[in-house]
Design a protein around this ligand. Structure first.
Ligand SMILES: CC(C)(COP(=O)(O)OP(=O)(O)OC[C@H]1O[C@@H](n2cnc3c(N)ncnc32)[C@H](O)[C@@H]1OP(=O)(O)O)[C@@H](O)C(=O)NCCC(=O)NCCS
Length: 148
């Protein structure tokens, strides 16, 4: 696991498209997320260092009161092997070390795997929002306080 490098962007875009299909970030958005939050974008290499196995992207407010998980994805063939948990655990470790107050995320309510993963890391349900990303896209908002 390591922070992303600029040269990984095409591979990141391929993985994001494979994981999220029509909901993947357009390349120019990934590029700009990298420009702004690159140091908080962690990737997992495959053993042969070909394609990426997974990534997590975190955005943090300037005052460090709150971060958001902006993306988490694991290659379809590599799920259920602990990689999602590893990426999230490392992202949370870094946020705690940076003194961030809390971390939030949104998730599709029917996405059991993701909801279970977040709950097992201590995230709790904060809100259920209809039309969060536009008509027909309801999202669960989850939160994890990071400071004692
Ligand atoms: C959600 C996702 C990142 C999980 O990654 P993963 O590497 O497969 O998950 P892990 O193997 O690390 O499992 C961690 C936990 O997730 C939960 N989980 C994973 N797969 C699950 C499944 N099929 N059903 C229920 N819970 C599941 C479990 O709580 C699991 O805990 P365990 O280790 O005690 O079994 C992965 O399924 C994925 O990329 N999904 C598509 C993209 C997505 O939904 N991203 C999140 C958007 S908010």
């Amino acid at each position: 696991m390591r922070p992303i490098a600029e040269g990984d962007l095409p591979r990141l875009a391929r993985l994001d498209e494979d994981v999220f299909a029509e909901h993947a970030y357009p390349f120019f958005v990934l590029r700009q997320l990298y420009d702004v939050h690159g140091e908080h974008l962690l990737v997992l290499d495959s053993e042969d260092e070909g394609e990426l196995l997974g990534y997590v992207l975190v955005g943090t407010q300037a005052d460090r009161n709150r971060s958001w998980i902006l993306g988490l994805g694991i290659d379809r063939r590599s799920r259920g092997r602990g990689f999602g948990r590893q990426l999230m655990a490392e992202a949370l470790r870094r946020l705690r070390a940076d003194g961030v107050g809390e971390v939030r995320l949104t998730v599709e309510p029917a996405n059991t795997a993701a909801v279970e993963l977040y709950a097992s890391l201590g995230f709790t349900h904060l809100d259920h929002r209809e039309n969060y990303f536009g008509p027909g896209t309801s999202r669960l908002v989850m939160v994890l306080p990071l400071r004692p």
